[in-house]
Design a protein around this ligand. Structure first.
Ligand SMILES: [Zn+2]
Length: 269
């Protein structure tokens, strides 16, 4: 990190955590992690794919899938259309095939910027297809989670994605095909309580929010005083919910190591 003075023409921004000013170019080079306090800012799906997988290896699939408004939920169609236009994608989940140090992997990456990364029917279908492609091919599945939970506007159709995605993960497990999940900020509610928690290896980014009900709801439920690190990746690690907290700059190398160690053991098709 340089110690130059910020210059408006050069572009700079403020850390969401420590509020210090960071040069955009330094922020970019540091993978959107604050060089002062280490805060991991949220990434778009495209940026996550770019910094994780082999350059040019990602091939998107399922992009033709788009959500309907099955319950005719008020304002859902407008919110969806706005998110599609703003994010230039049909859903909060991006899925496809990629490579990690030359090893083929089936991937799905959630983007919190698209309606809070919420899991509706399309999101769940993309996760399911990713896990089924892994089961069919024997190549590891890697899913980056970033979600507030199920998409309430789709009601039960959204909730049933929890069972569907978990069943797909179970199929990988039965076949001996590894499935790795990465919890980024936030990994909550129906996502945490379904496919995210049943991965063979669960990694998380530092300080990522990880939990079922949010802090406010937990307090309303009368849990009393909660620890300072309540519902963080570190808290989840300490309580055995996840396997490792991995800084963003080490994530790609860690996933390569895992695919090399645990890939290639498919028992049967
Ligand atoms: Zn900071």
């Amino acid at each position: 990190m340089s110690n130059r003075e910020p210059n408006k023409a050069e572009g700079f921004l403020q850390c969401a955590n420590c509020k210090k000013i960071i040069f955009s170019v330094d922020f970019e080079q540091n993978l959107s992690v604050c060089p002062y306090c280490g805060h991991h800012h949220r990434l778009s799906a495209s940026k996550r794919i770019e910094i994780t997988f082999d350059p040019g290896s990602f091939r998107e699939l399922d992009q033709e899938l788009s959500s309907l408004n099955p319950l005719d939920f008020p304002e859902y169609a407008e919110k969806l259309a706005s998110a599609v236009e703003k994010q230039q994608t049909n859903d909060s989940m991006t899925s496809g095939l990629a490579a990690l140090d030359g090893i083929p992997v089936c991937v799905a990456v959630s983007d919190f910027n698209f309606m809070g990364g919420s899991m509706g029917a399309v999101n769940g279908e993309k996760i399911t297809r990713t896990l089924e492609r892994a089961a069919d091919s024997g190549n590891p599945a890697i899913i980056f989670c970033a979600s507030g939970g199920a998409r309430m506007q789709e009601g039960l159709l959204s909730l049933m994605q929890m069972a569907k995605t978990t069943a797909a993960a179970q199929r990988c497990s039965k076949l001996g095909v590894p499935y790795f999940a990465v919890f980024s900020d936030p990994t909550m509610a129906g996502v945490l309580a379904s496919y995210a928690s049943v991965a063979d290896v669960i990694l998380a980014e530092p300080k990522a929010l990880v939990g079922f009900a949010g802090l406010r709801v937990s307090k309303q439920a009368g849990v009393g005083k909660v620890p300072d690190d309540f519902q963080t990746a570190e808290f989840a690690l300490h309580h055995g919910m996840i396997d490792r907290v991995v800084p963003r700059k080490e994530m790609r190398a860690t996933l390569i190591q895992l695919t090399k160690m645990l890939g290639g053991f498919k028992t049967h098709v």
